[in-house]
Write a protein that binds this ligand. Structure first.
Ligand SMILES: Cc1cc2nc3c(=O)[nH]c(=O)nc-3n(C[C@H](O)[C@H](O)[C@H](O)COP(=O)(O)O)c2cc1C
Length: 176
């Protein structure tokens, strides 16, 4: 089945359920310079910021959180665009594999049995049911001093390897 572009107005989903329970693949890179992907179950979809030259004062945006040692981070840092691929439950095994193996060590996409699509100068997956193509707007690490609830630091960052946040403008949504 092929992808169709959909408008933000036609997007009806529960982001907490989608990201937290179904997960998504965070992917950056392209066929020429290489790409990598990883599973993420943390993230946000929402609206922030505007541009002087446009009426829009609430850009559709997605946020992902990537720990410093992920191989995918190298591609997130290098590329202007990243993608977020959402899958049916049938692909949970593949997403678990991609979230427990590193692209540094193997061709994990082939080993997980999914198919990369190289388009729009970026990469995503043929088996996805929905893909968000995002243009990077903001990238910064989470700071320890920013945590109001300090127990979150103990629980999530015993190694102090704070996630880095990437806020991307959703420039295209593909759906089947
Ligand atoms: C269900 C699940 C959710 C995950 N969520 C995140 C996340 O939000 N951020 C993150 O940095 N890593 C997350 N990970 C871990 C990465 O997917 C994992 O370390 C992966 O092997 C990194 O691959 P890479 O080294 O090829 O980039 C998650 C893993 C799983 C299984």
């Amino acid at each position: 089945m092929s992808f169709k572009n959909i408008d933000i107005q036609d997007l009806h989903l529960n982001p907490i359920e989608m990201i937290g329970e179904e997960w998504w693949l965070v992917t950056a890179g392209n066929k020429i310079n290489g790409y990598n992907t990883m599973t993420a179950s943390w993230g946000h979809i929402g609206a922030i910021w505007g541009r002087l030259d446009e009426k829009a004062h609430n850009l559709p945006t997605a946020i992902v959180y990537v720990r410093p040692h992920r191989y995918t981070k190298e591609f997130m840092d290098r590329e202007e665009v990243f993608t977020l691929s959402v899958f049916d439950k049938a692909y949970k095994k593949a997403l678990t594999y991609l979230g427990t193996h590193s692209g540094r060590d193997e061709d994990k996409v082939t080993n997980a049995g999914i198919t990369p699509v190289f388009d729009d100068g970026t990469s995503y997956f043929a088996e996805a049911k929905m893909v968000f193509i995002c243009r990077k707007l903001y990238h910064a690490p989470l700071l320890e001093q920013g945590f109001v609830d300090k127990s979150l630091v103990e629980n999530n960052y015993p190694q102090k390897d704070f996630h880095e946040m990437y806020i991307g403008e959703i420039v295209k949504i593909l759906s089947k």
